[in-house]
Ligand binder design. Structure first.
Ligand SMILES: [Cu+2]
Length: 228
């Protein structure tokens, strides 16, 4: 059932599913509570009585939440299993998080501080931090993954609309954390190819390896990258 569904749709559905369960529970519990407040009001029950155990009811309110919790876990797990398992034919980009910027490195060594990707193509991301914990977050793609200094996380996405979308850092990482924004630019395949060839030619023509990152940032990326 998840094959036809895009990853953002599956996240939206999981959210809707969990919010619906929460809504049913809050309305149900509140309704029963109001009913009991009226039914067992002091004016109608002058003398306290002991209400004996009801095993059927106790089994129901134990078993039903187990199934609900298991269903919520399953929804979340299916999505997690999906975004941590990139397809084999995905193009690969290494994402470096550092205080307080993102750097994207393509397979040929091209580095950018904006993530350019082709439309409808799986993009696998190798997430590395050069300093502290960060979190790579593209809200439009319903997509968030930790970026850690001592563990390389992997994730992927496939953009299905052309446009520019925000990238944020979703893990507090110091003073300028709130400015740690970038963009993912989704381009049609042909436009992306032309862009990539032009940028690669520019990179090859110049001595430095990065064209839109500053020299000091490039050094930081190299320093971090050589640690492995
Ligand atoms: Cu950060």
């Amino acid at each position: 059932m998840f094959e036809e569904m895009t990853y953002p749709e599956s996240v939206n559905n999981a959210f809707l599913f969990i919010a619906s369960i929460a809504a049913v529970i809050i309305v149900g519990v509140t309704a029963v509570m109001i009913y009991f407040v009226v039914k067992y009001h002091r004016s109608r029950n002058k003398k306290a009585v002991n209400i004996p155990k009801h095993y059927g009811l106790e089994i129901f309110w134990t078993v039903a939440p187990v199934f609900l919790a298991a269903a919520m876990f399953w929804y979340g797990y299916v999505g997690y299993a999906d975004i941590t398992d990139p397809p084999d034919d995905a193009m690969r980009v290494t994402v470096y998080g550092q205080m307080w910027k993102w750097t994207f490195e393509y397979e040929n060594g091209l580095r950018k501080d904006t993530l350019y990707v082709p439309l409808n193509r799986a993009v696998a991301l190798d997430l590395k931090s050069l300093d502290v914990n960060h979190s790579f977050y593209i809200p439009t793609f319903r997509f968030k993954m930790d970026v850690l200094p001592n563990k390389d996380n992997e994730t992927w996405f496939k953009a299905e609309d052309v446009g520019e979308f925000d990238i944020a850092c979703a893990e507090y990482c110091g003073l300028e954390h709130s400015y740690m924004y970038s963009k993912v630019v989704v381009m049609p395949e042909a436009a992306y190819k032309a862009w990539f060839e032009e940028e690669t030619a520019k990179m090859n023509a110049s001595d430095t390896t990065a064209s839109d990152t500053t020299a000091s940032d490039t050094t930081a990326v190299e320093k971090g990258a050589s640690v492995e």
